[in-house]
Ligand binder design. Structure first.
Ligand SMILES: *[C@@H]1O[C@H](CO)[C@@H](O)[C@H](O)[C@H]1NC(C)=O
Ligand SMILES: *[C@@H]1O[C@H](CO)[C@@H](O)[C@H](O)[C@H]1NC(C)=O
Length: 387
C-alpha cells in the first residue's frame, strides 16, 4: 500500500452549529425578475476589472465590482435527454424540459473570455465575452462536464501541451454519470485545448494515450470519484477528490485523495494518486475533503511548516463521514476540520511513492483507472519530476 501525506499541522477543528449568525453584514441584494429562486453554483471575480460572474441553475449573472447586477442571461431550462449525443438525437429519445446546472465557470485571462459549462446537452461549454456575457463567442459541441444535476466537475486553467508553460489548457475532472451511452467517451480527468480552432478538444491525443484518463469500465459505476478542487503548482496540476479506498470491497471506507499530472506530459504517463489524511490530536479522522484553496503562507505558518513565505500551501477543509455509517459513508457529518499541507511535503510524498513504485512494489493508486498500471521495475523514470 502506498503512503499517505499527512497534514503537518491541524489548525482548527470546527464544530458547525445551527442557528442565526450574529452580525451578518449583507452588502447588497438583488432580485431575479423571474421569481423562482435559483441555486448559485459558482462565482468568479475578474482580478483585473473586479467584475463578478455567477453561474447558477438556469442563470448566468454579471455584476459590477460594487455588486450591482448588470446582466442576467437565461441558460435553461431546455428540452433535453441524456439519450441525445452532442450532435443529434435518436428518434426514440424522449426530450423533456431540463434545468441547466452550471458546472464550470472559468476566466481565460489570455483571451479575456469567460468559459461557462452546464449540465445540459451532455455537458457542453460556451465561450463568452467578459465585458458583456450576452455576447457568446463560441458554443462548442463537445461533452466536457457532468451531465446531471449533482455529479461533480472541477475545471481550471493552467500550463499544458503543446508548449508549457507558455501554452495554457483547461484541466477538467468529472464524475462518471452512467445515464447515457455517450458518457464512456468523457474522460475522468483531461486537459482540453483553449485554441479557438480546437476549443475544448483533448489537448493532445494519440491512438491509446493523450491528455486524458478514463476510469475502468467495471469500476466507474460502483466507485464514483468525486472531484472537489483543482489547482496548479510548480509544473504539476492537481485534483482533490473523495473516493472509496478499495475497488474490491463493496463496503469500502471513503477517503480523500490527491491526483496529480505533470504539465508537460502529453500522455498522462505521470498520472499518480496519493491519499490525503486529516487527523486531529485525538486520532479522529476527517476523511472527506469538502473544499480546498492553494495560497501562500504568512511568515508564522511558513516557519511552522519549514518553508518560505513564497512556497505554495494547500488549505483543505474536511468532514468526518456521517456517524451512523462510519467512514463507509460519503455523506459528511457536521464535524469538520481545516488541515494545511505544504506543497513541498506533498511533492516529497509523491516522489517517495513513485520511487517505491519503480522498485516494483505497491501501485500508483490507480485501482479504478484503466488500463491499470501496476508498478514495474524500471531503471529510469519514464517522465521527469522536478523536485
Ligand atoms: C450586452 O450585449 C447585448 C447584445 O449584444 C446588448 O443588448 C446589451 O445592451 C449589452 N449590455 C451591456 C450592459 O452592455
Ligand atoms: C448523477 O449521477 C451520479 C453518478 O451516476 C448519481 O450518483 C447521481 O444520483 C445522479 N444525480 C441525479 C440528480 O440524477
Amino acid at each position: 500500500m502506498i503512503g499517505a501525506v499527512r497534514s503537518t499541522i491541524l489548525v482548527w477543528a470546527v464544530w458547525l452549529c445551527a442557528g442565526p449568525t450574529a452580525g451578518a453584514n449583507i452588502v447588497r441584494t438583488f432580485r431575479d425578475d423571474v421569481h423562482t429562486v435559483e441555486k448559485f453554483n459558482h462565482l468568479v471575480v475578474d482580478k483585473n476589472t473586479g467584475r463578478v460572474y455567477i453561474g447558477a441553475v438556469n442563470r448566468l449573472y454579471q455584476l459590477s465590482p460594487d455588486l450591482e447586477l448588470v446582466i442576467t442571461e437565461f441558460t435553461g431550462p431546455h428540452d433535453d435527454s441524456p439519450d441525445c449525443s452532442v450532435i443529434d438525437c435518436p428518434s426514440s429519445a424522449v426530450k423533456k424540459p431540463t434545468d441547466n446546472v452550471n458546472k464550470a465557470l472559468v476566466i481565460d485571462y489570455t483571451t479575456t473570455r469567460l468559459i461557462v459549462c452546464g449540465s445540459l446537452f451532455q455537458g457542453i461549454c460556451a465561450v463568452r465575452n467578459l465585458h458583456n456575457i450576452s455576447d457568446v463567442a463560441q458554443v462548442v459541441k463537445e461533452a466536457v462536464v457532468a451531465n446531471n444535476a449533482t455529479a461533480s466537475t472541477v475545471a481550471f486553467i493552467a500550463p499544458g501541451p503543446p508548449n508549457p508553460p507558455v501554452s495554457q489548457v483547461m484541466y477538467v475532472g468529472v464524475t462518471y454519470t452512467g445515464n447515457s451511452p455517450y458518457r464512456s467517451e468523457v474522460p475522468a480527468v483531461s486537459s482540453r485545448s483553449l485554441d479557438k480552432e480546437k476549443m475544448f478538444m483533448i489537448a493532445r491525443t494519440a491512438v491509446t494515450t493523450g491528455t486524458r484518463m478514463f476510469v475502468n469500465s467495471l469500476a466507474r459505476e460502483r466507485y464514483p470519484i468525486n472531484y472537489v478542487y483543482g489547482f496548479s503548482s510548480e509544473g504539476f496540476s492537481y485534483f482533490l477528490t473523495t473516493q472509496m479506498k478499495y475497488s474490491t470491497q463493496p463496503q469500502s471506507p471513503f477517503i480523500s485523495k490527491l491526483v496529480r499530472v505533470c504539465q508537460d506530459d502529453e500522455n498522462y504517463y505521470s498520472y499518480t494518486e496519493i491519499p490525503l489524511e486529516c487527523i486531529d490530536s485525538e486520532g479522529k479522522k476527517y476523511n472527506l475533503v469538502q473544499a480546498g484553496y492553494v495560497g501562500k503562507p504568512g511568515s508564522d505558518l511558513a516557519s511552522n511548516l519549514g518553508i518560505t513565505a513564497q512556497d505554495d500551501v494547500l488549505f483543505a477543509v474536511f468532514s468526518e463521514s456521517e456517524q451512523s455509517e462510519g467512514e463507509g459513508s460519503s455523506k459528511p457529518s457536521r464535524f469538520s476540520a481545516l488541515c494545511v499541507y505544504s506543497l513541498k511535503a506533498i511533492r516529497r510524498k509523491f516522489m517517495q511513492n513513485i520511487k517505491t513504485c519503480f522498485t516494483g512494489s505497491g501501485d500508483r493508486g490507480l485501482d479504478f483507472i484503466s488500463p491499470s498500471h501496476n508498478c514495474v521495475q524500471t531503471v529510469s523514470f519514464p517522465y521527469t519530476i522536478s523536485a
